[in-house]
Design a binder for this molecule. Structure first.
Ligand code: NAP
Length: 290
């Protein structure tokens, strides 16, 4: 298989290929429990890295523990250039619910859970996953949480800090306390609430990492996307990813999949050029969707 093109972005002091991989889909249904096919999950991780991916997104609350343990089994000892980004701020109930865990002691426990399950002495990047409103960014101070993460950084357990599900105001508040190296929010071809934020972060040289780049649990579907994909001899998912790569140089992709076929398809999107008239068609369709 062709390796990924070398288009990169410097983040967290590392050169990161813009096409990465998100591990959430490797856990069981509802991101809970073991994968339906453990060998396939391990194969997806190994092939992603063998194909040139050097940025993997995870969390110890996927499973819980499941995706981190799979990453460790598949890839440890890790290649020197692999950037593993994890997130803190939630735990899972026995009923698979997502519960906020935003107190400083919760964050410290979360760091140790990630270190243990990933088999690391220090975490490259942790994102504070803000849980004020689970489904979308909502205002509220995050000073206490960011201060707690800064202390964990000071102790040498965490190298870099990012935020997730964050408003512009919360990012600015966090930046007054620590260096923020990345922001991970919901964004894709049709969910464009962060358009201004993407551009602001690009000016600051900060990575913007969209979650649900393909639409998440209900992958994007539209007649325009399908028509454009057919015209380019590509798939709708490849067009959605290529659009994000085109959108701004600070966008790093972490599409999620549990399937080798989908992984291969998604990685190939890094080679897809979108002509101007296609970009205009996609833009018009996205505006109509708003
Ligand atoms: N910070 C946060 O709050 C947050 C929230 C959600 C996710 N994340 C991170 O963001 C990453 C990406 O988000 P995501 O995985 O939820 O959503 P996504 O990447 O938008 O889409 C994943 C879904 O699309 C399917 N899919 C993937 N490639 C496909 C293809 N080529 N053709 C058809 N279907 C395809 C997957 O199913 P298959 O498994 O069948 O391929 C899965 O159902 C996650 O893995 C996670 O690391 C972060």
């Amino acid at each position: 298989m062709a390796n990924l093109p070398v288009e990169t972005f410097e983040s967290a002091g590392r050169v990161v290929r813009r096409m990465g991989y998100g591990a959430m889909q490797l856990a069981g249904p509802g991101v809970f429990g073991p994968p339906k096919d453990r060998d396939a999950a391990l194969a997806v991780l190994r092939e992603a890295v063998a194909s040139g991916v050097n940025h993997i997104d995870t969390s110890d609350f996927y499973g819980p523990h499941v995706t981190n343990q799979l990453i460790r089994e598949a890839l440890h000892p890790y290649p020197d250039d692999l950037l593993i980004v994890t997130k803190l701020g939630a735990v899972r109930g026995d009923d698979a619910s997502w519960q906020p865990a935003m107190e400083p002691a919760d964050l410290e426990r979360g760091v140790h859970d990630n270190l243990r399950n990933l088999g690391l002495d220090v975490l490259d990047v942790v994102n504070l996953r803000i849980m004020g409103d689970v489904h979308k960014p909502s205002e509220g101070s995050i000073e206490k949480q960011v201060t707690a993460l800064a202390e964990l950084q000071h102790k040498g357990l965490v190298r870099h800090i990012g935020v997730s599900n964050a408003t512009a105001k919360q990012i600015a508040e966090a930046q007054r306390l620590v260096e923020i190296v990345c922001v991970q929010n919901h964004y894709n071809l049709v969910n464009r609430h962060d358009d201004t934020l993407v551009d602001d972060l690009a000016k600051q040289g900060i990575a913007y990492v969209p979650f649900f780049p393909l639409g998440g649990f209900s992958p994007l579907q539209s007649s325009v996307l399908s028509q454009v994909a057919a015209k380019l001899d590509a798939t709708p998912m490849q067009v959605a990813l290529a659009w994000l790569l085109h959108r701004s140089p600070n966008i790093l992709l972490i599409p999620g999949t549990s399937s080798l076929t989908h992984l291969r398809e998604n990685l190939q999107a890094a080679h897809l050029e979108l002509p101007d008239e296609v970009l205009a068609e996609l833009e018009a369709a996205a505006q109509a969707h708003e």
